[in-house]
Design a protein. Structure first.
Length: 227
């Protein structure tokens, strides 16, 4: 009769230890893959968000409107921010409906769009205001228009303008009754990763009516100088 031998307690404990180590290794690998997938998905979401916002800004700038019969109404307004990250403000008249809800009351007309990073109802982010181009930007009716958030993840907005006279980029715009011919815009976007720096996305736009407004301004200046 053969002797039947079972596993000793030491062998059972050793097998359980090996299984535990293998389970930890498998879980660790799975967790690393899952984290990498999540990070990649978040990065793609952030890139999509930034691309979408920049595309809307580009569309509204390309559709900027200027009429030399009333240049003050269609001027480009800019305020340099003092925050960190930068929180510049820009405003211009456009025929684009990119930022406007489908039921917006002035959607079908020309609107002055204003973009800035500000607090709206306790939440900070990139905000937009829009109102009819018939309103003076400093009128009570225009100032009464409430902003709405485009994205809470955009924490900064910065602009640069190409100065054709200086042949260089500048960060100030003080030319009344004129639109920039070329501008560069930066968005500072909050990452999903804790304690990480803001990601920066850039856009460069040549504004079609910028050249017209520049020629109009220079022509009027030459006219005044010749009088």
């Amino acid at each position: 009769m053969k002797n039947k031998q079972g596993f000793t307690l030491l062998e059972v404990l050793l097998a359980m230890s090996l299984l535990s180590i293998m389970a930890v290794m498998i879980f660790g690998s799975f967790r690393a893959v899952l984290d990498a997938t999540t990070t990649a998905e978040n990065a793609l979401d952030e890139l999509h968000l930034s691309d979408n916002i920049l595309s809307q800004i580009e569309e509204t700038l390309l559709s900027a409107v200027f009429f030399d019969s009333d240049p003050t109404r269609y001027t480009f307004l800019y305020e340099k921010g003092t925050g960190k990250p930068p929180n510049d403000l820009l405003s211009w008249v456009t025929r684009s409906k990119a930022f406007l809800p489908s039921d917006y009351p002035t959607r079908e007309g020309l609107n002055r769009i204003e973009l800035s990073v500000q607090d709206v109802d306790g939440e900070e982010g990139l905000a937009v205001r829009a109102y009819s181009s018939l309103l003076d930007p400093e009128s009570p009716e225009a100032e009464a228009v409430e902003p709405w958030l485009i994205s809470k993840r955009v924490k900064g907005l910065e602009l640069y303008f190409y100065d054709l006279t200086e042949q260089d980029w500048v960060d100030e715009w003080e030319r009344n009754n004129q639109l920039p011919v070329t501008l560069a815009l930066k968005l500072y976007v909050e990452s999903d990763q804790p304690d990480s720096d803001l990601n920066v996305y850039t856009l460069k736009v040549d504004i079609p009516v910028g050249k017209l407004s520049r020629e109009t301004r220079r022509g009027r200046r030459r006219t005044r100088e010749s009088q």
